[in-house]
Design a protein around this ligand. Structure first.
Ligand code: HEC
Length: 145
């Protein structure tokens, strides 16, 4: 898992440059991204297992080792979708931004999984909230410009 994420970022950056589609609409970028093998899965549980579990562990219990990965199960920070959406889209210190690699629908699905699968909250994630969390230039989430 450690090696997959950086490779995905490189693939995404190359795709965006190749077709010159550094547009502001995340919807335009998504099909190109998914033409490559980036983040796959449609249900929240699938996406969680494919991406998040590598760091946060399959049951969301988190881990401490080379780094500290907070538990996502029984986590009161996840009661409202706005916070996990912001973290998934833009990253948070040790967590890479995943917004450029995921469609709005995937982010909604995985956040709903955090809220209802790993916790006992109501699902309140929406595609609109994801779009609002996305920066105008999706590539700027890396902070490398
Ligand atoms: C490469 C490892 C990695 C991956 C992959 C990853 N995370 Fe994280 N995540 C982290 C780390 C590290 C933190 C803690 C960041 C900090 O506080 O410094 C974190 C923090 C979070 C937080 C904030 C938790 C809190 O209580 O503040 C959420 C929510 C979260 N991740 C959700 C996800 C979701 C959903 C996915 C999959 C779509 C995911 N993460 C994938 C490493 C990862």
């Amino acid at each position: 898992m450690k090696y997959v994420i950086p490779a995905l970022f490189l693939a995404t950056a190359a795709t965006a440059q190749d077709d010159g589609s550094a547009g502001t609409s995340p919807d335009r970028g998504a099909p190109d991204i998914f033409a490559d093998e980036t983040i796959t899965g449609t249900t929240g549980a699938e996406i969680y297992g494919n991406v998040c579990a590598g760091c946060h562990m399959p049951d969301g219990q988190g881990a401490t080792g080379a780094g500290t990965y907070p538990a996502l199960a029984d986590n009161p920070n996840l009661e409202y979708a706005a916070y996990p959406i912001t973290v998934v889209v833009g990253g948070l210190r040790g967590m890479p931004p995943l917004g450029p690699l995921m469609s709005d629908e995937q982010i909604v699905a995985v956040v709903e999984y955090l809220q209802t699968g790993l916790n006992d909250f109501e699902a309140d994630a929406t595609a609109e909230a994801v779009q609002q969390a996305r920066p105008e230039d999706p590539m700027q989430t890396t902070g490398e410009h």
